[in-house]
Design a protein around this ligand. Sequence first.
Ligand code: ADP
Ligand code: TRP
Length: 325
Amino acid sequence: MARILTGIQSTGTPHLGNVLGAIRPAIAMSDTPGNDAFLFIADLHSLTTMRDREVLRANSHAVAAAWVACGLDTDRCTFYRQSDVPEVAELTWYLGCSTPYPMLANAHSFKDKQERLHEVNAGLFYYPVLMAADILLYDANVVPIGKDQKQHLEIARDIASAFNRSYGEVLVLPEARISEEVMMVPGTDGQKMSKSYGNTIIPFLPESTLKKQVMSIVTDSAALDAPKDPESDNVFKIFRLVAPTSAVETMRTNYLAGGYGYGHAKKELLEVLVNGFRAERDTFQRLLTDPAELDRLLRAGADKARAVAHATLRRVRDRLGFVAH
Ligand code: ADP
Ligand code: TRP
């Protein structure tokens, strides 16, 4: 049994790129026999930039609702909110005391901010240590991450090795899993879909909002009659990722033949999104009206996580010379 663990940023309602590029693959991974998946919402990390308590809370609810709506089986895996397991902060301190200062000062995520150090808080500097604690607290074997997190994983491994050198083999060394063929979902403007570009399509939102997002997809000004190149059009590029193969082939033929406008294509895309994500949208909306239910679900996950966290901390405290309880 391999323990696979990954953290999910809690920055708002997930968009189509997040669903296809992250949520569905992670759910498939957690459903794979032999995998013991730990998935958590990294809300302590979001405190490095977030100051609004309502937004903080709403964001983690939106993320949790989206994952459950997409079919995450919370009985089968351990799905929790990082802040519901405060033991991670305890391990963060212990690990920090085995972390060489230059290792953190040289982290890309911190170095990028070097010009604006007066705006940077110590939490941002310490971010990789908290991330190491997230992983090492649960004896994770494999950590699926994007390329941008590669250095953080190396730091986690270095911290674990340094700790083990001082105290004996206490911590499990995690392996990164970086998928090479990452899917890229384009946004309404043709760039990578990202909440920072304001080009998202969010399939969990009500139909009227979804319609506005689909209608805002940027196309060229080819006339209705003109044949069109499907490969260079944003509507087609998104349609291809969500529609059944036969519908994609029909749309391709329509583009090439001419007499078929971008308005038609947008209407078809909207229909596929509305119908294809109907169950997810309904569940998402229902869960958001019942945050107490979401909190219960996350707390049940945290209880499972805490059992593992306690066992690790007992081991660690004993090796450090503290009373292990
Ligand atoms: P955003 O760019 O909106 O801030 P994040 O960086 O929070 O998204 O990404 C969260 C996860 O979703 C990551 O695993 C990332 O690879 C995936 N993801 C984000 N945008 C896309 C996209 N356009 N296509 C495919 N996957 C994406
Ligand atoms: N830092 C990660 C990101 O920005 C999220 C994260 C926090 C994480 N803790 C983690 C990922 C532990 C993997 C393991 O995407």
